[in-house]
Design a protein around this ligand. Structure first.
Ligand SMILES: N[C@@H](CCC(=O)N[C@@H](CS)C(=O)NCC(=O)O)C(=O)O
Length: 212
């Protein structure tokens, strides 16, 4: 069975949504990012990069990097969430995945981070906004609709949703991005997204209380 290591509201929400949507058999393990622990001890023994997500596969290989984990899940369901290699969309999807990982995801991780993966201090919010706003504007301008790449819901959509969700957590004005706000609303209506938001609950934070 697949086993996803996650912390609430982090980028791990993208593979969590895809797993839920796919109907694959999977379980989840919650990680305490402040202490780097999980129910069975030291999380760094699972992933020495010390971050989530990590996906333990059927063969007990531990996969890291959100974009790769999403791709792996797609492989398990016969590429249901991607395009065949002979289509031009195949490369376009890879471009989007790389863009979300390197231009959006990483730019949300502020150098002001003091143990918190998504700091909301004034300094850090301003810096993140400077970096994120033009990059998000690019997504807004090229958003095909109803999903990022048109009619097909792909692995890029849950990953992009993590970004629109963070925008709202940090109180950024997502409304100025019309396509993205509609996308975010549409995502929240999908049963798998509703389920994951409910399972994960409040986003992980420094103040999180944990038994382990
Ligand atoms: N390159 C990694 C980055 C993953 C990452 O930044 N994860 C954050 C949460 S979104 C994390 O776990 N940070 C560790 C921490 O804040 O202690 C990926 O694409 O999966």
């Amino acid at each position: 069975m697949l086993n996803l290591f996650y912390a609430s509201g982090t980028s791990a929400m993208a593979p969590h949504i895809l797993l839920e949507d796919s109907g694959l058999d999977f379980s989840v393990e919650k990680v305490n990012l402040d202490k780097k622990t999980w129910q069975q001890g030291d999380y760094n023994q699972i992933n020495e990069k010390s971050y989530v997500p990590t996906l333990q596969t059927h063969t007990s290989t531990y996969l890291t990097e959100c974009a790769v984990i999403l791709e792996y899940i797609d492989h398990q369901v016969d590429h249901h969430y991607s395009f065949t290699q002979d289509s031009s969309n195949y490369w376009q999807l890879r471009i989007w995945m790389n863009y979300i990982a390197t231009e959006l995801h990483k730019n949300f991780i502020s150098p002001f981070r003091k143990g918190n993966w998504l700091p909301n201090t004034a300094d850090s919010k301003q810096l993140i906004w400077q970096r994120i706003a033009p990059r998000l504007q690019f997504v807004e301008n090229h958003f095909a609709g109803p999903w990022l790449m048109g009619n097909k819901f792909t692995i890029a959509d849950p990953y992009l949703f993590v970004m629109t969700n963070w925008m709202q957590q940090l109180d950024y004005p997502l409304e100025k991005f019309h396509n993205l706000i509609h996308f975010d609303t549409r995502m929240r209506q999908i049963p798998s997204v509703k389920a994951v938001l409910q399972i994960e609950g409040a986003p992980h934070s420094l103040t999180e209380k944990s038994n382990y």
